[in-house]
Design a protein around this ligand. Structure first.
Ligand code: IPM
Ligand code: MN
Length: 356
């Protein structure tokens, strides 16, 4: 019997629509011969939602994502909305949907494909074989802490973590570590911040339930340096919201381009799958964005949300094959491509490979 899944699709702003179209193209090419059927519902969020409805996260979108089996999301934001009030900014829509959906665990794998070792700005022998999973806490920390205020001559935000918040993200990281190399590096700033000291102590408590996993700790400034110096020392990196935001961007460059890295935001129920990059307004509408991060996010969605791991494997293999054959979008083209592909040409190639 055909398996039916409802996918909420949020294209968003900037390059969002272009990259999502390619991911949907690949999913459709796959579902035909993998025995499942995807039904899409398009929902608005971000600047494009603000323009149409007056808010960055309409109620209809909140209701829509709750009914779906998974959410596939592109990107939001752009200069057009830089001067709107904070609560109406596109980014506020994304933060609100993460909170609404309870997606507290953001998984950001940073993998260096062998075919692309020369694409990194770091030396090939430093990045070859890198396989890191950043586990970023996503619905707490300074992004959401109260009080927060912009005043005339000062402004403040508050970094808060409760025991429950740290415990649940730590469990996610330890469960992932058990399926990998059984090593976690928890990143904090415990030498300066009470909230980080609390984070560290709580993670140490949780670690007692996973005696097989080796837990180490690192201050965030050192971790940023170590990621560039010797990235292969890391397996799972467990960290809070803002440190994870920063470190995952840094980790993405090990792979050669931020246009390659997918993410999964999971937690209480329906998960949200999105590339880690932003809406790249400078190249939006030109058809030159790299759709692989989004296509790879669709693979994570098949694997984690729908349990369709054979289909997910097909996408992952197709991406590797395309890269091995030298297919490159502009972000990766500089160093070895004979021909630079457009966003939709790259989507066509992956769609062709998955349907074989
Ligand atoms: C990300 C983005 C978001 C974040 C922004 C757009 C709110 O940078 O997903 O990493 O800071 O979490
Ligand atoms: Mn970010």
């Amino acid at each position: 019997m055909t398996r039916n899944y409802k996918i909420a699709v949020i294209k968003g702003d900037g390059i969002g629509p272009e990259i999502i179209d390619e991911a949907v193209k690949v999913l459709d090419a796959l579902s035909a011969n993998m025995g499942f059927n995807l039904e899409y519902e398009e929902l608005l969020m971000g600047g494009s939602a603000l323009d149409v409805t007056g808010v960055p996260l309409p109620d209809e979108t909140i209701q829509g994502v709750k009914k779906a089996d998974a959410v596939l999301f592109g990107a939001i934001g752009g200069p057009k909305w830089d001067n709107v009030e904070r609560h109406l900014r596109p980014e506020s829509g994304l933060l609100a949907i993460r909170k609404e959906m309870g997606t507290f665990a953001n998984l950001r794998p940073a993998i260096v494909y062998d075919e692309l070792v020369n694409a990194s700005t770091l030396k090939a022998d430093v990045v070859k074989g890198v396989d890191i999973m950043v586990v970023r806490e996503l619905t707490g920390g300074i992004y959401f802490g109260q009080p927060r205020e912009l005043l005339e001559d000062s402004a403040y935000n508050t970094m808060v973590y409760t025991r429950e918040e740290v415990e649940r993200i730590a469990h996610v990281a330890f469960e992932i570590a058990m399926k990998r190399d059984k090593r976690i590096c928890s990143v904090d700033k415990a030498n300066v911040l009470e909230v980080s000291q609390f984070w560290r102590e709580t993670v140490i408590e949780v670690a007692k339930e996973y005696p097989e996993v080796e837990l180490t700790h690192m201050y965030v400034d050192n971790a940023a340096m170590q990621l560039i110096r010797e990235p292969k020392q890391f397996d799972v990196i467990l960290t809070g919201n803002i440190f994870g935001d920063i470190l995952s961007d840094a980790a993405s460059m090990l792979s050669g381009s931020i246009g390659l890295l997918p993410s999964a935001s999971t937690g209480k129920g329906v998960g949200l799958y999105e590339p880690i990059h932003g809406s790249a307004p400078d190249i939006a509408g030109q058809g030159i964005a790299n759709p692989l991060a989004t296509i790879s996010s669709a693979s994570m969605m098949l694997r984690y949300a729908l349990g369709e791991s054979d289909a997910a494997d097909k996408i992952d293999d197709a991406i590797k094959k395309a890269l091995a054959k030298g297919y490159r979008t502009g972000d990766l083209a500089a160093y070895d491509a004979e021909e630079v592909l457009s966003c939709s040409q790259m989507g066509d190639i992956i769609a062709k490979f998955v349907s074989k």
